[in-house]
Design a protein around this ligand. Structure first.
Ligand SMILES: C[S@@+](CC[C@H](N)C(=O)[O-])C[C@H]1O[C@@H](n2cnc3c(N)ncnc32)[C@H](O)[C@@H]1O
Length: 206
């Protein structure tokens, strides 16, 4: 699987994990890709949004700029990342607009109402069983709800071809999990970032 990755970035822990979090928070390409993915998701002020694997919380902060009247949830299975992202988003958490939970995508929390959008940036490559987890995630979305999965391959020697293959993989995973209207976008960094977007079928749709 092209989008699979390894190392501290999969579950940052201890001192090295804190350093990995700092790198993710400050690397220019990380910031750019997180802002770009949030822009593609086209969130509305009253949306209820979930991010899986928020790391140091860059996309959560960008979501909070747009979602002023809704709610943003995030889950990450790294305690170190929950601490860093909570610090980074302290104001929105205090205002009860953002809620960051320490859990894994294969132990999803219950949500009292359906979600409008779900996003994951450089995270799906670490999930235990992406097809199963995407099906579960689709069940959390309202009909017509959106999902965005992004990947910037970080394996040594990654090129535009690596990104193109990751893009196709993400697209196929979404359609196999029952999402419709898939499309892919590319942000031309080095290496490029792929983002696959799709929609949960509405009532009466297949
Ligand atoms: C490479 S980092 C990306 C962080 C952030 N999305 C970004 O782009 O800056 C991957 C993140 O996904 C989290 N993660 C990996 N597998 C996960 C899982 N099964 N459940 C929840 N979070 C997970 C990791 O702990 C880490 O914070």
């Amino acid at each position: 699987m092209i989008i699979r990755a390894v190392g501290q970035f999969g579950r940052p822990h201890g001192t090295a994990g804190r350093v990995a979090g700092w790198v993710m928070a400050h690397r220019g390409s990380n910031r750019q890709r997180n802002l770009w993915v949030v822009s593609l998701l086209d969130v509305q002020p009253a949306d209820r949004v979930l991010e899986i694997g928020f790391g140091p919380g860059l996309a959560i902060a960008e979501l909070a700029r747009h979602v002023t009247d809704g709610h943003i949830y995030g889950i990450d299975h790294s305690e170190v990342m929950v601490r860093q992202a909570s610090k980074h988003n302290a104001t929105a958490i205090r205002a009860r607009r953002v809620e960051l939970l320490h859990t894994s995508v294969d132990r999803l929390p219950r949500f009292d109402e359906p979600l409008d959008a779900i996003v994951a940036v450089n995270s799906i490559g670490f999930w235990p069983n992406p097809p199963d987890q995407l099906t579960q995630l689709r069940g959390l979305l309202r009909p017509g709800g959106r999902i965005a999965l992004a990947s910037q391959p970080r394996c040594p020697g990654a090129t535009a071809d690596t990104t193109a293959r990751a893009s196709q993989e993400l697209h196929d995973l979404l359609t196999q999990a029952g999402f419709i209207q898939p499309r892919t976008e590319t942000l031309h960094l080095s290496p490029p970032v792929a983002c696959a977007l799709a929609t949960n079928p509405g009532d009466g749709q297949p």
